[in-house]
Design a protein around this ligand. Structure first.
Ligand SMILES: [Zn+2]
Length: 387
């Protein structure tokens, strides 16, 4: 594998400031399309909004299910902490590429494209298409991936590989995401006569411990363990001498595969209404759901998992760990959207994401590109699967 190519692709993309918010992924998407076409691959831009695009690159193959690699083009802001390396300088030092998005995850996207260019240059004709689905807006709401599902962009997909940083381990499950706003509405009154008002803040204060202690039903997942609930935002009241008529909390629930989100939303609503009623009959409850993506999980025995692990082993000489992650990736949308199994496997350390002086090792970039190319040759084609 040409390590110069994957390093050049990574560095050039890191220099493009696709910081989300607002995103500005379009220049990166155009860059990918240009590089892909120059190497004889097909590429298509999907316009989503001003300055925001997905990019789908294709190495056409036969009629077998397509192997889809995915990565996002947006990055989180550099943050408040000072960096030693310019976040958008893409410094190459100590065998590493430094910069925001080097690990999360322009390095992964570069490795996918380098693998596809490598396959194309050897004249390899895959059993099914090999696809790079590069998305906008992953860092806020999985926006680009949702557009890919809405537009049926990956029809014929059979396998999904997410190139998020995993140190080339193979992650086979991710927790679901359920984010909810719970509002209590009461009535204001002068602070000296609280009996004339309905205090939304004090009622909400009673709800929080109830939700934290509530026995939501689940079966523990062998890979993901237990679900979590965390109250991460609270707001209400604005003046010392005014009884607050509104309070809001935001819940961050991370779920496991046996949990039905509709049931969870219903349970939160029932608890919120019961506590409100017990505080004051007049309190009105309103709940809005901000993000709602179920947990996804691939059986470790699936051919995709086995093949990905074998490719990593072949390239690195090491046995990858097979495990789950607590956060959601674009797979939360793409795997159920196209009804395909997924794995997460990419260059860079998972703990490096969103950190100052983020970096990815050149060696892992090259190994990732080699492992992806190996996977495209290794996955069962139609002849093998029909046996
Ligand atoms: Zn990421």
């Amino acid at each position: 594998m040409d390590s110069d190519l994957v390093v050049r692709l990574t560095r050039e993309m890191v220099r493009m400031r696709s910081v989300n918010p607002p995103g500005d992924e379009r220049p990166v998407a155009e860059y990918l399309a240009t590089e892909a076409r120059q190497s004889g691959l097909e590429a298509e831009l999907q316009e989503l909004d001003v300055g925001r695009s997905n990019c789908v690159v294709r190495l056409p193959g036969g009629d077998a299910p397509a192997l889809v690699f995915t990565g996002h083009l947006d990055v989180v802001p550099p943050g408040e902490q000072a960096w030693e390396h310019d976040p958008f300088g893409a410094d190459l030092a100590d065998g590493r590429v430094y910069g925001r998005g080097s690990a999360d995850m322009k390095g992964g996207v570069a490795a996918i494209l380098a693998a596809m260019i490598g396959l194309r240059s050897t004249g390899f004709h895959p059993a099914g298409d090999v696809v790079l689905a590069a998305t906008a807006g992953e860092e806020a709401g999985l926006y680009g991936a949702r557009a890919m599902v809405d537009r049926a962009s990956l029809q014929g997909a059979g396998y999904l590989v997410v190139a998020e940083p995993s140190d080339l381990n193979v992650f086979v499950a991710e927790k679901g995401v359920l984010w909810m706003d719970v509002h209590y509405y009461g009535r204001t009154a002068h602070g000296s006569m609280p009996w004339l008002g309905v205090n939304a803040v004090s009622a909400m204060a009673r709800l929080i411990p109830v939700l934290e202690a509530y026995p939501f039903r689940f079966e523990e997942s062998p890979i993901l363990g237990k679900p979590t609930l965390s109250v991460n935002v609270i707001g209400g009241g604005n003046k010392t001498n005014v009884v607050p008529d509104h309070c809001r909390i935001v819940l961050d629930m991370r779920t496991v595969p046996t949990q039905d989100h509709a049931v969870l939303i219903d349970e939160v609503r029932r608890q919120a209404e019961a506590v409100a009623r017990a505080s004051n009959q007049e309190i009105r409850v309103d709940i809005t759901v901000d993000q709602n993506d179920r947990s996804v999980e691939t059986n470790p025995e699936e051919p995709l998992v086995q093949a990905m692990a074998a490719s990593v082993r072949a390239v690195t000489g090491q046995e990858p760990r097979i495990e789950g992650v607590t956060y959601a990736t674009d797979a939360a949308v793409l795997a159920p959207g196209f009804k395909i199994p997924m794995v997460i496997c990419g260059p860079g350390a998972p703990g490096m994401a969103h950190q100052p002086d983020e970096w990815v090792a050149v060696e892992q970039l090259t190994q990732a590109a080699e492992a992806y190319a190996d996977l495209a040759r290794r996955l069962p084609g139609p002849a093998e699967t029909s046996r």
